[in-house]
Design a protein around this ligand. Structure first.
Ligand code: HEC
Length: 124
């Protein structure tokens, strides 16, 4: 009787830590491409609305939105503010790699961002 109880407690503990691991993975900070409908975001269909906008919002707006510390150099305020500064943004993120300050983009995020620039920055 005692042994069985210990065993089930052990099983519970294993289950709980497994769930904890799953939960921490799902809270990953990387920007995952959104899926409009069932369509996966790829280098062929990447757009501002399915990927790039969320990336700038999460990785850049902290410093570059109106009132932010670096808004004097470039103010992020939606699609036009990115399109009109596309060359500078491409340069600091993908060429020199100086942005984002204090953070980084995953290889997948960089590849999709490059594809978005290569597609001439479509909004949709
Ligand atoms: C932690 C704050 C911070 C974050 C996050 C950040 N930046 Fe910056 N950014 C700065 C600062 C500070 C400067 C001014 C750097 C300088 O004067 O050399 C700057 C400058 C720039 C410039 C102007 C470069 C030029 O040509 O003058 C651009 C464009 C830019 N950042 C884009 C981005 C993008 C895109 C992201 C997100 C991927 C980003 N930044 C994230 C702080 C930040």
């Amino acid at each position: 009787m005692k042994v069985t109880k210990k065993k089930s407690l052990y099983t519970l503990a294993v289950l709980a830590s497994f769930i904890a691991v799953l939960y921490s993975c799902s809270k990953d900070q990387a920007v995952e491409p959104e899926k409009p409908g069932n369509e996966e975001v790829t280098a062929e269909n990447v757009s501002y609305s399915n990927f790039a906008g969320a990336l700038f919002q999460t990785k850049c707006a902290g410093c570059h939105a109106a009132g932010g510390g670096a808004s004097g150099r470039w103010t992020f305020s939606g699609f036009a503010s990115v399109r009109d500064n596309g060359a500078r943004i491409n340069n600091v993120v993908l060429v020199t790699g100086t942005m984002p300050v204090g953070g980084s983009l995953s290889a997948n995020e960089k590849a999709l961002l490059k594809a978005w620039f290569d597609r001439n920055m479509p909004e949709q």
